[in-house]
Design a protein around this ligand. Structure first.
Ligand code: ADP
Ligand code: YYY
Length: 227
């Protein structure tokens, strides 16, 4: 009987507000795994483009600048960090301006190739395993992940959760912005938001965050026991 803990790679995908970040961080912390927020990386490159005067609606301009910023992600689930050219980007990447432009920037194939390579190297370096969350992790970035989870929730539940975070924001406007971003992310040509054929789908609409965390922890433990 094996008594060492196996390394495990977990891919968690789904639309905005389904609970990917909160679930992934908690699962990684509970199981002693690293954690990577890939959305933060796409937000970081978008922030760099905006602060360097690149027209984010011009895919050719975005493509030619894509290799310039140096993005570094810290993978401690209790203290995830992100820097761009050595600057702490955790705050600036969450502005409305970045949120409004991130889908256009992340649809550019040159951006995806660079960020995908970065994500694969971070996952490969995580000796004890990692939880990676995003939109295309199970389908494109880590197709051989040990466990793939696809989180969903009704647009109403997702908008209510997001508005709870953005104090004073209007739920209807948040819901519409969220649906627009999901549509853009799902319809782009290169690695769109999609459920991998072998992913376990979990509808979180009626579940509390702790129930979702428990569910994913159980799925990881089942995989480990089977492997
Ligand atoms: N099952 C849930 N029930 C209620 N609130 C949740 C649930 N999952 C996540 N949340 C809350 O919803 C918000 C968005 O969650 P987050 O993990 O950032 O989603 P995502 O990464 O998919 O966009 C956070 O404030 C989080 O605490
Ligand atoms: N693996 C990923 C992760 C995010 N993206 C893009 C598409 C998303 O709208 C943005 C922002 O992702 P993020 O996970 O930060 O978004 P939310 O937390 O849901 O607001 O990045 C992507 O294209 N591929």
């Amino acid at each position: 009987m094996r008594n060492t803990v196996q390394s495990v790679i977990v891919a968690i995908d789904g639309p905005s507000g389904t609970g990917k970040s909160s679930t992934s961080k908690a699962v990684a912390a509970k199981l002693g795994l690293r954690y990577l927020d890939t959305g933060a990386q796409y937000r970081a490159i978008t922030w760099w483009m905006l602060s360097h005067g690149v027209d984010t609606d011009d895919p050719a301009a975005v493509a030619s600048a894509a290799g310039k910023p140096v993005i570094v992600s810290g993978t401690d689930p209790d203290h995830p960090t992100i820097t761009v050219d050595g600057l702490d980007a955790a705050g600036p990447i969450r502005t409305q301006e970045v949120t409004a432009k991130v889908s256009a920037v992340s649809a550019v194939p040159e951006v995806r190739t660079l960020i995908t390579d970065l994500q694969r190297s971070i996952a490969a370096a995580a000796a004890d395993g990692i939880v990676v969350e995003g939109r295309d992790i199970g389908t494109t970035v880590l197709p051989d992940a040990d466990l793939k989870v696809f989180l969903t929730a009704s647009p109403e539940a997702r908008a209510a959760r997001r508005s709870g975070e953005l104090k004073g924001s209007d739920v209807t406007a948040t819901r519409e912005a969220l649906i627009r971003r999901d549509a853009a992310d799902s319809s782009r040509k290169t690695s769109p938001l999609a459920k991998a054929g072998d992913a376990v789908e979990v509808d979180t609409t009626e579940l509390s965050l702790s129930q979702v965390i428990e569910c994913v922890v159980t799925l990881v433990e089942e995989k480990r026991a089977a492997g």
